[in-house]
Design a protein around this ligand. Structure first.
Ligand code: SF4
Length: 317
C-alpha cells in the first residue's frame, strides 16, 4: 500500500522553512510528522522564489477579485508583474516534477488556495479568491488534487484529499506504464466502489467511457477518463453514499452468512449510518468476510483499503 512515496508540492513555510514575511514559519506537524511518512515534499515559496527578501513587507490582494493585484500593505508597491512572470515559468518547470498534488498555505495572497481576501480602494474587503501562485498552479494543473492546510484540519476534507492523492498516483502509474484498453478496464473495475462512494453520476459516466475502451483514440479516451475520475472524487463521500456502498458489498454475502451474522452486519452498518461508529468499523467487518469467502471482485476493491490504515482517516464519526 505505501510503496513509492507520493510527490507533492507544498508551501515551504508549512515544512518549517523560515520564509514568511516576518522571518517565521508555519510548521504543520500532521503534514510533516504523520503524512510526511508517505510523501516526498517539493517545497515552493512563491514570494522568496520570485525574488523578494526575508523579512519583507506584508502583502495583500487588491482590486478586481477576478484579476487581483499583489501589493504591499503599507507602502503600496505592486509585485503582481514580478509574481506572475515567475509563476508562469514555475508551473512549466513543475510539469517535469510529476507532482500528484499540492498543499497550499491558507489565506496567503500568493499561496492561498481559495478564500483570500481582496481589498478595494477604501481598504475594505470586496471579495475573495486564490493567491496568485495558487491560481496559476490550479489553472495549469486542473486535475491535480489540491488543498490548503487549514481545510485539512477537517477530517472529512482530509480523507477526501488523501484518497484523491492515492487514486491519482495509481492513475498516473497506469497512464505512464500501461495505457492499454485492458489496463483501463482493470483500473476502473478496481476503483468502482470507491468512485460510487463519491458520485453515482460520475460512476455511470466513467462506466460508459470504459465500455468504449476498445474503440476510438486511446489518448483522448484516457484523458476524458482521468478528468471525470478526478472531478467525481472531489465530491465528498457522505455517510449516505458510504452506507449505499456498504450495503452493496453486504449483498455479496447474503447467501453465505448465518442469520446471526447478517443481523450483526446490518447492525454495524446501521450504527455507522446513525453516526454511532466510524466508517472503519463496518469496513473492517466486511473486509473480514471478503477474506473469509475469498470474494475476488471485492478483494481488489480499493474502497476497502484506499490509503494506509496508520493515517486513521476513517476513524472519525
Ligand atoms: S505562504 Fe507561500 S509565499 Fe508565504 S511564506 Fe509560505 S510559501 Fe512563502
Amino acid at each position: 500500500m505505501t510503496g513509492e512515496k507520493i510527490r507533492l508540492g507544498i508551501s515551504s513555510c508549512l515544512l518549517g522553512q523560515k520564509v514568511r514575511y516576518d522571518g517565521g514559519h508555519k510548521l504543520d506537524s500532521f503534514l510533516v510528522d504523520t503524512f510526511g511518512r508517505y510523501v516526498e515534499w517539493l517545497p515552493v515559496c512563491p514570494e522568496v522564489e520570485c525574488g523578494l527578501p526575508v523579512p519583507r513587507e506584508a502583502m495583500h490582494l487588491t482590486g478586481d477579485p477576478d484579476a487581483p493585484r499583489l501589493v504591499t500593505v503599507r507602502t503600496g508597491v505592486d509585485h503582481t508583474g514580478k509574481m506572475m512572470s515567475w509563476a508562469g515559468a514555475k508551473v512549466l518547470e513543475l510539469e517535469g516534477a510529476r507532482l500528484c498534488g499540492f498543499v497550499f498555505k491558507s489565506r496567503s495572497p500568493s499561496s492561498g488556495m481559495q478564500g483570500v481576501k481582496v481589498y478595494g480602494p477604501s481598504g475594505s474587503p470586496v471579495g475573495r479568491t486564490g493567491g496568485l501562485f495558487a491560481r496559476a498552479f490550479m489553472e495549469h494543473f486542473p486535475d491535480l488534487p489540491v488543498e490548503d492546510e487549514g481545510r485539512l484540519n477537517d477530517p472529512v476534507l482530509r480523507e477526501n484529499f488523501v484518497e484523491r492523492l492515492f487514486v491519482f498516483r495509481r492513475w498516473r502509474n497506469y497512464e505512464e506504464n500501461d495505457g492499454s484498453a485492458g489496463g483501463l478496464v482493470a483500473f476502473h473495475s478496481d476503483h468502482k466502489l470507491l468512485i460510487l462512494s463519491h458520485s453515482a453520476v460520475h460512476y455511470r459516466e466513467l462506466g460508459k467511457l470504459v465500455s468504449g475502451a476498445g474503440r476510438g483514440k486511446r489518448k483522448e479516451l484516457n484523458g476524458a477518463y482521468g478528468k471525470v475520475l478526478m472531478e467525481g472524487l472531489r465530491l465528498i463521500a457522505t455517510v449516505r453514499k458510504n452506507t449505499n456502498v456498504l450495503q452493496h458489498i453486504a449483498g455479496y454475502f447474503k447467501k453465505r452468512l448465518s442469520p446471526d451474522e447478517k443481523e450483526e452486519l446490518q447492525e454495524v452498518v446501521g450504527n455507522y449510518h446513525r453516526g454511532l461508529v466510524p466508517l472503519i468499523v463496518p469496513v473492517t467487518l466486511l473486509k473480514h468476510y471478503v477474506r473469509e469467502y475469498d470474494e475476488p471482485y471485492l478483494k481488489r476493491q480499493y474502497y476497502l483499503a484506499p490509503h494506509p490504515l496508520e493515517l486513521m482517516l476513517r476513524n472519525h464519526v
